[in-house]
Ligand binder design. Structure first.
Ligand SMILES: Cc1cc2nc3c(=O)[nH]c(=O)nc-3n(C[C@H](O)[C@H](O)[C@H](O)COP(=O)(O)OP(=O)(O)OC[C@H]3O[C@@H](n4cnc5c(N)ncnc54)[C@H](O)[C@@H]3O)c2cc1C
Ligand code: FES
Length: 543
């Protein structure tokens, strides 16, 4: 398994583990950019270099705008570099549920816009001649239970209903009795399922690196890395101030930071989940090339990517849980067992990683002008379909900036009220659940620093500790100490043993083991509690 080998790890990716995509696209091949060291003027400032930021930049540049992108770390260091790469209009939350919140018309708009995003990725691949494994393929949805189990029949009924709802929305879906995945030679007999045509997949970082290389050569594009946005101020113009003290003056700004850097509002309308993936070798052409999902609440998702002349990698994900609220142990093992029970020729597990996804209470991403703003646009709330949401955000935002009416805009409008109101009971439950996480003020993970194993962390919160302290003991046995209080809204963080990060159980902000902020809504690092920890934090940020 590839793990946190290089000191630059946290500048390249949001975790201690490394995703399978580096197998063909190592971090060293990502384009490099300078750090901003002066004030500049531009038409649109795009903050964040993931799929959403890159897609917005591409759509704006092709319409003649001057675009300046800024990125807090290296390009693609967010969730886009850690995705699993399905491009799908068979949306995770299901069209039956989407229609309940947004009506049949809303469900159709969701289907149309995600179909457009898949086709847009195909177009761009062709136009820019990207070598990125893009291909259309079917998606298969099956029960999590074997035939003969009464729960299998129950789930098959739900799948049939979803096929009908998806078809009404315009997705090419059908139910197939006895549907079996070619190559599934293991024991559980989970046959019967839905087939969704017109789905796609690609190598995500090859695609995005290809787009960035194209953008880099465009005279109207510039990008600055290690350039963190601190604030956005709006008057007639927008001023984006960086942590380093520079100002970008723009007509519009796109906050493509995965989670917007703000206190609440949209943030309160989402749940924050951690999801896990492994890449396991399988002989080439042994299993049919498809996307596969089961019906579990924390469902398994599966696809393939090229490994070498003999093998492909089967990428399987799942085992999701609320960020910072559950133990991470056992998740990768569960995924591996699932594969081996079903595909008996599976070989070695070469990569294991996890990442974060966001679940808006009414299932659709928030894309467009931010609440209370005139020139500040946001993209957030991927709901497991963040790649297609990111691609279609490019068009939505470019249209809105240009004043072009877009029939999808109201479904994704960050200011929408009706569907959010329908979700109030869920929001209240969610609020109670996350507010309960403040109970960590009365808990301690460790009784003494001596109790920590090397390479692990825990919160020390004793009567004689002034405030909860986040302690990480490195491989050499030295302790790195930070305030365990999240800079966003003061919750107590949890140690994530899989990624060696500090994760916030309230709104999902994340910090490296050196306390560097790698995921919002927090916008600053953890406060170091001694000179050694301060020096280590500076060292990591300077890489
Ligand atoms: C394991 C996993 C599997 C997934 N599988 C799928 C899938 O199969 N299909 C699918 O559609 N979606 C999937 N998703 C979701 C999808 O990958 C994400 O929603 C999407 O990549 C998010 O893209 P983004 O551009 O919004 O954010 P990111 O890629 O996270 O980019 C945001 C960038 O902003 C930068 N940034 C943050 N704050 C600042 C600041 N203050 N100043 C400057 N820069 C800043 C970050 O460093 C980061 O590089 C998956 C996600 C995970 C984790
Ligand atoms: S992210 Fe909101 S309190 Fe931590």
């Amino acid at each position: 398994m590839a793990t946190m080998a290089h000191p630059e790890q946290w500048m390249n990716t949001s975790g201690g583990t490394t995703p399978v995509w580096v197998h063909k696209m190592p971090f060293s091949k990502y384009p490099r950019f300078e750090t901003l060291s002066h004030d500049i003027k531009t038409d649109v400032c795009v903050v964040g270099s993931g799929i959403a930021g890159i897609s917005a930049a591409y759509e704006l540049i092709t319409r003649g705008k001057r675009v300046t992108m800024i990125e807090a770390r290296n390009v693609l260091s967010g969730e886009s570099g850690r995705t699993s790469g399905h491009l799908s209009n068979a949306l995770d939350d299901g069209y039956s549920e989407i229609a309940k919140k947004h009506g049949e018309h809303g469900a159709k708009v969701a289907a149309d816009s995600h179909t457009w995003a898949i086709d847009r990725a195909a177009d761009i691949t062709k136009k820019l001649r990207l070598d990125c494994e893009f291909r259309y393929l079917p998606a298969i949805e099956i029960s999590q239970y074997p035939r003969g189990d009464p729960n299998h029949d129950k789930e098959v009924r739900i799948i049939r209903e979803e096929v009908e709802a998806a078809s009404r929305a315009g997705v090419h879906a059908s139910f197939r009795e006895g549907l079996a995945v070619q190559g599934w030679d293991g024991k559980p007999d989970q046959r019967d399922g839905a087939l969704f045509a017109g789905q796609a997949t690609f190598h995500p970082t090859k695609y995005m690196v290809g787009m960035l290389e194209w953008l880099k050569n465009h005279p109207n594009f510039q990008c600055f890395t290690h350039t963190r946005m601190a604030t956005i101020e709006e008057n007639d113009i927008v001023q984006v101030r960086t942590v380093n003290g520079n100002t970008i003056t723009a007509k519009d700004v796109v906050e493509a930071t995965c989670v917007p850097i703000q206190k609440l509002s949209i943030i309160a309308e989402m749940e924050f989940m951690r999801t896990y993936c492994i890449a396991i070798r399988v002989p080439k052409n042994y299993i049919e090339d498809c996307l596969l999902y089961d019906q579990a609440e924390a469902y398994k998702y599966l696809r393939f990517t090229d490994c070498d002349e003999n093998d492909d990698y089967l990428v399987i994900g799942g085992c999701d849980h609320k960020v910072g609220q559950e133990q991470v142990e056992g998740r990768f093992d569960e995924l591996e067992t699932w594969v081996r029970e079903r595909f008996t020729k599976a070989g070695s597990v070469d990569y294991k990683w996890s990442g974060q996804i966001f679940e808006p209470v009414d299932y659709m991403a928030f894309i467009g002008k931010n609440q209370g703003m005139n020139h500040t646009y946001v993209v957030t709330g991927d709901s497991g379909n963040g790649l297609t949401h990111g691609i279609l955000a490019g068009k939505l935002i470019a249209d809105e900036i240009e004043g072009v009416e877009n029939p999808w805009a109201s479904l994704y409008n960050p200011k929408r009220l009706a569907s959010i109101a329908k979700s109030l009971p869920r929001m209240v439950g969610h609020d109670l659940q996350i507010n309960a996480q403040y109970k960590r003020y009365f808990e301690t993970d460790i009784k003494d620093i001596e109790d920590l194993a090397v390479g692990s962390g825990g919160v020390l919160n004793k009567a004689d500790t002034a405030a909860p302290m986040a302690v990480y003991k490195d491989e050499g046995g030295q302790t790195h100490r930070f305030s365990a209080i999240c800079p966003h809204m003061k919750a107590v963080l949890s140690w994530n043993a899989a990624e060696k990060s500090w994760d916030c159980p309230v709104h999902g902000s994340r910090f490296s083991c050196e306390g560097v902020c790698v995921e919002g809504p927090a916008k600053s690092n953890l406060r170091p509690l001694d000179d050694f920890s301060k020096a280590k934090q500076h060292e990591q940020e300077a890489l």
